[in-house]
Design a protein around this ligand. Structure first.
Ligand SMILES: Nc1ncnc2c1ncn2[C@@H]1O[C@H](COP(=O)(O)OP(=O)(O)OP(=O)(O)O)[C@@H](O)[C@H]1O
Length: 327
């Protein structure tokens, strides 16, 4: 294990920001910690980077970061030096490590080339777009060959349509350099897209860890499921209505994502459509069945509010999801 946090806690005054946080990051792995704003993600990175001290618990590295193999924190506002052009910004860390001017410049330009920024080598940060600044900040961090790269909200300042491309870029860079990365973010889709593993942080605690697919489909608690997106809570006595013919399961409840439910027009159906909302490439249906409200994502099939419909579980999901024990 490259990085190990064990029972890290931190308070500011009487406010507990991190509460018994433990997790690992393996060498060459990309792990994202996701959580809402203010939950303590930046504090967590600051402790790992050695900028803050935990009140209790410990942070261990298999090879402790050093001047030659540092843990580098890339801040969400990039912190490029405004008075230096891009090549000098990227070369800065090398110069600070006493690499000669010529070699530092060559390595910086090679890095800018890899990042598609070589034509901006002479430009100043103010002349760059947010996406270019983000790439430049990562280039500046990587040029010193860090042991681990810590990314604080890497998508925070990017337009929506730049975020997913940046997630792919971070993933490709991480693989190309074989570097260990830990990212903290509230941008879920991007974290899902680029991470080997994720942790959900709520109320200062990591409440669930796993692969992106694992935590999305088996979030482990209603609280975690709700943070990851809309979820339908289904008491088991309703399951025969949603998946006729399935063997019955014991008492309790299961959780289903809106995309694993199907809505079919049916004049005899037991469910009533309450709302139909256009959301671009899909429709969000608000459905009521036996006093329970459901959210369903589907395609436009002419259904309007007030229609009777049949609400069913996608058979591909029914079998595995109904085996879930309630959390
Ligand atoms: N040095 C400090 N002194 C006092 N309170 C602090 C300090 N640093 C952070 N906090 C508080 O700790 C809480 C968590 O802050 P933190 O920045 O770690 O959260 P975050 O999840 O990164 O949020 P965001 O996504 O908004 O940056 C906040 O309530 C913040 O005000």
């Amino acid at each position: 294990m490259f990085l190990n946090l064990e029972r890290v806690s931190k308070s500011f005054g009487d406010k507990m920001v991190l509460d018994d946080v433990s997790f690992d990051v393996a060498a060459g792995e990309l792990v994202s910690i996701v959580g809402p704003s203010g939950v303590g993600k930046t504090t967590l990175l600051s402790i790992i980077a050695g900028l803050e001290q935990p009140d209790s618990g410990c942070v261990r590295f298999s090879v402790p970061p050093s001047r030659d193999n540092p843990a580098i924190l890339v801040f969400q506002d990039y912190l490029l030096f405004p008075h230096m052009n891009l090549a000098d910004n990227v070369a800065f860390g090398l110069r600070a490590r006493r690499v000669g001017r010529k070699e530092a410049r060559q390595r910086a330009v090679r890095m800018l080339d890899f990042f598609g920024l070589v034509d901006k080598a002479g430009a100043y940060p103010v002349q760059l777009s947010a996406g270019q600044k983000q790439r430049a900040a990562i280039a500046r961090a990587l040029v010193v060959e860090p042991a681990v790269l810590l990314l604080d909200e890497p998508f925070a300042n990017l337009d929506r349509n730049l975020k997913m491309g940046t997630a792919r870029f971070i993933r490709e860079t991480q693989k190309a350099f074989g570097i260990t990365m830990l990212s903290v973010t509230h941008d879920l889709e991007e974290a899902f897209a680029m991470s080997d593993r994720m942790g959900i942080m709520l109320g200062g605690r990591i409440v669930r860890q796993g692969t992106p697919a694992d935590i999305y489909h088996r979030p482990g608690s209603q609280e975690a499921a709700g943070f990851l997106g809309p979820v339908n809570r289904v008491p088991h006595d309703l399951l025969p209505l949603l998946c006729p013919g399935q063997p019955s399961v014991g008492p309790g409840e299961s959780f289903f994502r809106p995309e694993v439910l199907r809505v079919r027009p049916d004049a005899q159906g037991l469910a009533i459509v309450e709302t139909v909302t256009f959301a671009g490439h899909y429709i969000i249906y608000g459905i009521r069945l036996a006093e329970h409200a459901f959210t369903v994502y589907g395609q436009n099939n002419g259904i309007v509010p007030g229609d009777r419909v049949r609400l069913e579980l996608d058979p591909a999901h029914a079998a595995c999801e109904t085996k879930e024990s309630p959390q």
